[in-house]
Every structure is written in structure tokens, then in C-alpha cells.
Design a protein around this ligand. Structure first.
Ligand SMILES: Nc1nc2c(ncn2[C@@H]2O[C@H](COP(=O)(O)OP(=O)(O)O)[C@@H](O)[C@H]2O)c(=O)[nH]1
Ligand SMILES: [Mg+2]
Length: 189
């Protein structure tokens, strides 16, 4: 478990990553989350590492992206079958590369586009159940379930990784920090 002492706002941080096909909505999920207001007296920070520099276009994301991640949002677009079909690939990448016991949450994003839906909620739920992952449908556009998804994933991370610290955990408060590697090119999208 990573401790951060360089900022008074928090003293622990968890790394959560977002993976999934390009255009599934990862960047927008982060920006929707970022716009929500969080308690400034945060004790816990989630470091959200989603800057894949467009690598997901080639169905690969460098191993360092996964390093030390204790949770992952594995995102597909409910209007895009290809993104759903690639869930298995992303899930396996996550299993191969993430920390042991890291918590996966499958996200069916763009649930505001009901008329264009190609993937039923049941299909998403089934994939999640079969792979012992959490599941949520979200819309980064109208905000549906974005906050909730982060809360549920965070609680699960605590339940799993709590014992890795001798500090008592009284509350779960989220804040936001984006990791950008200056050595990498900025993402194109
Ligand atoms: N209708 C709708 N569009 C979305 C949603 N999330 C993302 N988009 C759109 O989908 C496209 C790709 O989103 P982006 O966040 O860049 O995907 P990324 O490649 O996974 O980071 C953009 O045009 C977004 O505006 C959503 O929840 N609903
Ligand atoms: Mg993006």
C-alpha cells in the first residue's frame, strides 16, 4: 500500500486504473468524476492512472500502467459490440499485470444512449459474475453512477487491502490526482 506524506490533504493513496477499448469513455469518466466536489479534508486519495497515451488503440497498454494498481475499471461502451467483445482481453491483461487481489469493476458506459444500446445490462452483469468482478452501468455524459462506481470500488479495495496498514480506517473520502508521465507523449484524445 502506498503512503503519501507530501500533501496534507491525505495520507494514503490507492492506485486505480482505467482500461478498455479506445472511445469507451475512460477520459470522460475521469473528467466527470473530477468535477464532483469532494471533501477537502481527504484522508484517502485515489490515484487514477488513465493516461494510456492512446496505447489502447493497439490493444496494448504498457505493464507500468498496471503496476501497484489495487483496482481497475474495465470499461466498455454499451452501444459498441466490439468494445464488449474485447472485455475478455482487457480482463486477462488486468489479471496478468495487476497486483494480486486487485479489484476489477466492469463498467458499461454510455447508458444514456438507450436507443443505441447493443449490449444488454444482463450481458454485462453475466460477464462480471463469471469473472468475479463488480459491475455498474454508467454515463459519463449525464453522470449516472459515476460517483457510485468509485464509492463501491473503493469500499471493496478497503475491505481487501485494509490489513496492509496498521492505521485505522474511519472514513472513505475520495480526492483526485492524475498521474502524467512527462516522458510519455501527451494523449491524443
Ligand atoms: N453519450 C455518451 N457519450 C460518451 C460517454 N462517455 C464518453 N462519451 C463520448 O465517447 C467518445 C470517447 O470518449 P473518451 O472519454 O475520449 O474515450 P476513451 O478513449 O476511452 O478515453 C467521446 O466523443 C465522448 O464524448 C457517455 O457516457 N455517453
Ligand atoms: Mg482517453
Amino acid at each position: 500500500m502506498e503512503y503519501k506524506k507530501d500533501n496534507e490533504e491525505y495520507d494514503r493513496s490507492f492506485k486505480v486504473i482505467l482500461i478498455g477499448n479506445r472511445a469507451a469513455g475512460k477520459t470522460n469518466i475521469i473528467s466527470r468524476f473530477q468535477k464532483n466536489k469532494f471533501n477537502p479534508n481527504s484522508q484517502i486519495t485515489i490515484d487514477i492512472d488513465f493516461d494510456t497515451s492512446g496505447e489502447e488503440r493497439y490493444l496494448s497498454v504498457s505493464r507500468t500502467h498496471y503496476r501497484d494498481a489495487v483496482g481497475a475499471f474495465i470499461v466498455y461502451d454499451i452501444t459498441n459490440e466490439e468494445s464488449f467483445n474485447k472485455l475478455k482481453f482487457w480482463f486477462e491483461e488486468f489479471q496478468k499485470n495487476a497486483k494480486e487481489n486487485a479489484i476489477p469493476m466492469i463498467i458499461g458506459n454510455k447508458c444514456d444512449l438507450e436507443k443505441e444500446r447493443k449490449i444488454s445490462k444482463e450481458m454485462g452483469q453475466k460477464f462480471a459474475e463469471e469473472n468475479k468482478a463488480l459491475f455498474m452501468e454508467t454515463s459519463a455524459k449525464d453522470g449516472t453512477n459515476i460517483q457510485k462506481a468509485f464509492e463501491i470500488l473503493t469500499k471493496e479495495i478497503f475491505n481487501t487491502f485494509e490489513n496492509e496498514t496498521d492505521k485505522p480506517i474511519d472514513s472513505i473520502i475520495l480526492s483526485k490526482r492524475i498521474i502524467i508521465d512527462p516522458k510519455k507523449p501527451r494523449p491524443c484524445c
